[in-house]
Structures are given as structure tokens and as C-alpha cells.
Design a protein around this ligand. Structure first.
Ligand SMILES: [Zn+2]
Length: 211
């Protein structure tokens, strides 16, 4: 699904199997956000093929956090594709991961990052996992949230390293950004400032009592 020029959303729509939404930031440099589960990577391949894009054309894979349903398929990428995630998350995940854990080519930390012609802000958002990040794309007012917030929902805090208080602070932090597109790690995406504001309001009114 093309959301706007330069952004394709590969939404996961099979409720009986858990996998994340993947996103392609297209341009001179092509970036894949959250490749998903290894055994379900056909979903990404199929969507890329529909765009006449093959794996060797993907320059960088950005992973929002280290859970298998977002990270695992990094191992299926072409050898020329660089892989990046937060250093904090990598150090934490490495404790649990087996020997097959892919090594990032570079790490993302809080602040600005330029990948090819694309300029982003990395916003560190711990809580769902210790080193979760959101990727904010100021030129498009787009925010990739991983599992921090969803349409009418928030990420779990009961997995290793999860922390409700931190998640609350992280959600407050990203709710301040000027966002037209909220690209969630699972479920529906949100388009339009009003819809996004209303979603944050709903989350703060409901879930913040339990964090
Ligand atoms: Zn997760």
C-alpha cells in the first residue's frame, strides 16, 4: 500500500499469525523498517516484488526494537544491506539471543541521523523494551512507532526489560511531535493530525491508569 510518494506500508493482515507491519522508505536510498519474522518474510518479498524492488536494492534495514517479530528477518536480507538498531537494545537483546543474532553495521542513538537523502530524528522510547526507538521523519511528519503505541493501544510491558513508567514517559514524549502519519508496528496506521491527537488522548485517558 502506497501511503505517499516514497513510503509504502506492508501491513500485516493475518490475525492468526503474529508478525509486524513493515515499511519501505523509497528513494535513491531504500530503507526497510522492521522486516518481521523470518518464516513470514515472504510477506515483505511479495510486496517488494510488486514494486519491482529486489532485496539487493535495499540499502538499510532499521529495526525499532529487538523482538523476534520485528528483527528476526534481518538474517534474510541481502549481504549488501546494512542493518541498524539502537545500541541499548542490541546490548539487551544479545543477552537472550542465540548465536544467530545479526550484528548491526551501525547503531542509532537519540538525535538526528541522515541515511542517504533521508533525514530522521531517532527518539529513544523505552518501556516496551529497554532500547525501543521511534523514528521521526520531519519532512513528512511521519513517525514509525514500533510497539510503543498502536491504534487504540500500547505495547506490552510484561516482556523482559519492559517498564510501565518508562513506557508512559515515552508515549508523552512522542505525543509532542508534529505528526501527520503514525506508522505502527502492528494493526492499523493513523493518518491526519486530528486522528493521531485523538488516539494519544484515548491512550493517555485509558492506559495511563494501568502503567
Ligand atoms: Zn515488541
Amino acid at each position: 500500500m502506497k501511503v505517499f510518494d516514497g513510503l509504502h506500508a506492508f501491513l500485516w493482515r493475518i490475525p492468526t499469525q503474529n508478525n509486524c507491519n513493515a515499511y519501505l522508505i523509497d528513494g535513491e536510498v531504500k530503507i526497510l523498517v522492521d522486516p518481521g519474522h523470518r518464516h513470514l518474510f515472504g510477506h515483505v518479498l511479495k510486496n517488494l516484488a510488486l514494486l519491482d524492488i529486489y532485496l539487493d536494492q535495499i540499502d538499510v534495514a532499521v529495526v525499532t526494537h529487538g523482538h523476534p517479530d520485528h528483527l528476526e528477518a534481518v538474517t534474510q536480507l541481502h549481504a549488501s544491506t546494512m542493518f541498524t538498531m539502537s545500541g541499548e537494545e542490541y546490548r539487551n537483546i544479545k543477552k537472550f539471543a542465540g548465536p544467530g543474532m545479526p550484528e548491526p553495521d551501525f547503531f542509532l542513538e537519540e538525535g538526528d541521523v541522515t541515511i542517504g537523502e533521508h533525514r530522521f530524528q531517532v527518539v529513544m522510547t523505552p518501556g516496551h523494551s529497554p532500547g525501543s526507538l521511534c523514528l521521526y521523519w520531519p519532512d513528512k511528519k511521519a513517525l514509525f512507532t514500533g510497539d510503543v503505541v498502536f491504534f487504540q493501544g500500547i505495547g506490552r510491558t510484561d516482556l523482559p526489560g519492559g517498564n510501565g513508567k518508562e513506557l508512559k514517559n515515552s508515549i508523552q514524549k512522542i505525543s509532542q511531535l508534529d505528526t501527520e502519519y503514525l506508522f505502527t508496528g502492528h494493526g492499523e496506521i493513523l493518518i491526519g493530525q486530528e486522528a493521531i491527537k485523538a488516539n494519544f488522548k484515548k491512550i493517555q485517558a485509558y492506559y495511563f491508569n494501568y502503567l
